[in-house]
Design a protein around this ligand. Structure first.
Ligand code: ADE
Length: 269
């Protein structure tokens, strides 16, 4: 996969030289190029922003440096290649989830446009649709100062799904969100640490019991911390023991979906 990032703070992306993503780049599994938006300005001050039409606080990113930089990046590909995906991090975008990461990990080329200030002139998105598949994407319902931190998060989430990047691909299967649930808790040696015991089942050597305990812990955690995830959970094929586990958590299976019982206690749901 090739990734291009356009930013006015190229140094912000330096952490992508470290750890698994850095190694993936060294190993040739991922090509990542960072471009300075100011290199595509033409004035002495290398201006990238201006005041908003209609008034209001803050500044808006000027369209022309964006068009110049993105056109240069888009042109740098074989004639027969498909349009790259242009990801524009923004709190006004669609939500970035593990499913988005999987989808984007299938692409040959991704381009990230890091906005700052109040955002990028909207006409850039219209223009860019001629050269890219444009996707405004949000990390969550909060506001960052710019797209760079969001790009660090997204490149890590996408990059670790590329074949060969994570040493043991099984660890991708058993982690949070891979099956619409949060991950079960994990423990390592010593088995007694500061008077706290590791759950006995994990020392039992009974793999069936361990798998069931882990699944039920996933249910418990998800019900407690992210009950919203359970609304979409496909409960149609749950074995009886799992239905019982959900019943204990206050959920019934109705038409294949989990429904919180009206009389269930606690504050989740
Ligand atoms: N830029 C500013 N806030 C953001 C957010 N929540 N997600 C993605 N990009 C952003």
């Amino acid at each position: 996969m090739r990734i291009d990032v356009v930013s006015i703070f190229p140094d912000y992306l330096a952490p992508l030289e470290l750890s698994l993503i850095g190694k993936a780049r060294q190993d040739g599994l991922l090509e990542l190029n960072v471009h300075d938006l100011r290199d595509f300005t033409t004035d002495r001050h290398r201006t990238v922003d201006d005041t908003p039409y209609g008034g209001g606080a803050g500044m808006v990113m000027k369209p022309e440096p964006w068009a110049q930089s993105l056109a240069a990046v888009a042109a740098d590909r074989p004639a027969e290649a498909a349009k790259p995906v242009l990801i524009v991090p923004s709190p006004a975008g669609e939500r970035f989830t593990q499913a988005t990461a999987h989808e984007l990990a299938e692409e040959d080329r991704l381009v990230f446009a890091c906005g700052r200030y109040e955002g990028i002139d909207e006409r850039v998105m219209e223009w860019a649709a001629g050269h890219f598949t444009v996707r405004p994407v949000s990390l969550g319902d909060y506001v960052l100062n710019g797209g760079e931190v969001a790009v660090l998060a997204m490149v890590e989430a996408i990059g670790r799904l590329l074949p060969g990047v994570v040493g043991n691909p099984e660890s991708l299967v058993e982690e949070s969100h891979s099956d619409g649930l949060l991950e079960y808790p994990v423990y390592t040696k010593p088995s007694n640490w500061r008077d706290r015991e590791v759950p006995a089942v994990l020392l039992s050597g009974n793999h069936g019991k361990i798998a069931q305990w882990r699944r039920h812990e996933q249910y418990r955690r998800t019900a407690e911390r992210r009950p919203d995830l359970l609304e979409a959970f496909d409960a149609a094929k749950l074995p009886r023991a799992d239905r019982t586990a959900f019943a204990d958590l206050g959920y019934d299976v109705v038409d294949g979906y989990l429904v919180r019982r009206a009389d269930a206690g606690g504050d989740s749901g």
